[in-house]
Design a protein around this ligand. Sequence first.
Ligand SMILES: Cc1cc2nc3c(=O)[nH]c(=O)nc-3n(C[C@H](O)[C@H](O)[C@H](O)COP(=O)(O)OP(=O)(O)OC[C@H]3O[C@@H](n4cnc5c(N)ncnc54)[C@H](O)[C@@H]3O)c2cc1C
Length: 472
Amino acid sequence: MTTETVANRRHRVVVIGSGFGGLFACKHLKHADVDVVLISKTSTHLFQPLLYQVATGILSTGEIAPATRLVLRKYKNVQVILGEVHDIDLVNRTVTSELLNEDTVTSFDSLIVATGAQQSYFGNDQFATYAPGMKTIDDALELRARILGSFEEAELAKTPEARDRFMTFVVVGAGPTGVELAGQIAELADRTLEGTFRNIDPRDARVILLEGAGAVLAPMGPKLGGKAQRRLEKMGVEIQLNAMVTGVDARGVTVKDKDGSERRIEAACKVWSAGVAASELGKLLADQSKGTEVDRAGRVIVEPDLTIKGYPNVFVVGDLMSVPNVPGQAQGAIQGATYAAKQIKAELGGKQTPEQRKPFKYFNKGSMATVSRYNAVCQIGKLEFGGFLAWLIWLVLHLYYLIGYRSRAITVFQWFVAFIGRNRGQMAATEQWVFARLALEAMNGNDEDGREVRAGLGGKGATALPSDRSVS
Ligand SMILES: Cc1cc2nc3c(=O)[nH]c(=O)nc-3n(C[C@H](O)[C@H](O)[C@H](O)COP(=O)(O)OP(=O)(O)OC[C@H]3O[C@@H](n4cnc5c(N)ncnc54)[C@H](O)[C@@H]3O)c2cc1C
């Protein structure tokens, strides 16, 4: 246990989360006279916008998820700690994280919370069993194995009904992720897998995009939504609007239409990209502060300086913050984290006090979504356009924000292989990827086998060893 005391150490900034918010906070604090401790439950910095390309065999996880520790190697004032934060004590200024059933307590002077959001099933968490979301590396690999596994099953199907079920792919939610996924599953079937099976023709696959609202890409407006819809339909994707999913099971989904009638779609492979719920740390913070609330998605309604009421040293940034007109996008997280780091630096340097902070101002750089190879839609200010130019801009911007020259070079090569040719470089999939999530959930449940495995590994629910971990 360290004997260092709060009095004799440098100002410590604890950053929770290694996504865009967490990473950019560290980046802007690297030359400051502070010590930074970054705590994250994942060991990587995940570039979520390209997850769908991992799911559809274009990229490997290495390109979009470099180890945070390696990314921050040269940031000598930053320490990286792996662990899931489950408690924050604002009065005593401590953060408690857990790694394999052992707690670590880290004290802070300033705190930047950037723990983002997870998939939301709108109260129907049981849907997750059969329709994974698209938020993590595990999700993307599971989905890749489910997509490719469905084609394998179809090749061996004994009845036309079973073959059709395995050849039907349902994507729930027509936001950017749903649009990108539906487009890539269609291209995978039409181009990459074409001619590789003997009993089935992958081009017969049905890709169905279900949307509860009345439009594709609704936040981008009718013009761009219409463009994306027409392009997808040209590729053979079936788009069903005003179609609410009311049930998901192993064999398909139940859909309720606008007129109230219900129908079934038989489909082995389903993916959920319909909603987000903020990290639970948002509520934990709000409950401790004097009057801060969370919105319906659990995001913290922050003060104009991105802090919570009564705690000017506690910033909430990225997808976890709720700020009017700031979308849950990488730019919001990057700008929020940059702002928080600047306030901390200015106040340590004596240039301002918390009372003198100027409010956070979001600069909207636009938004975009790819629909297929060579086709994207793009919104920059009042400018709205689609097609090849939009796709080129999308390509350059995504390369720019990918971390590391190696990742960029390999990504360009993989895109070349997939978009100019028709092969994809990352078509491996294992049975484990399909079942590991459910097995882990069972292991973390209450059955005896699970308890034994956990006890052996020191995982959740194992007998706790006395912990002496602390970063005081
Ligand atoms: C599939 C997909 C596609 C997207 N496409 C785009 C796009 O094209 N353009 C765009 O601008 N945005 C896109 N986004 C949104 C963008 O990725 C997010 O807005 C951005 O990642 C938010 O950054 P963040 O730092 O707030 O959270 P995240 O990047 O989600 O990072 C959260 C971090 O917190 C960690 N964490 C969570 N809980 C805990 C805990 N309890 N303890 C410790 N660590 C914890 C996680 O491990 C992670 O490292 C997309 C998102 C997804 C899911």
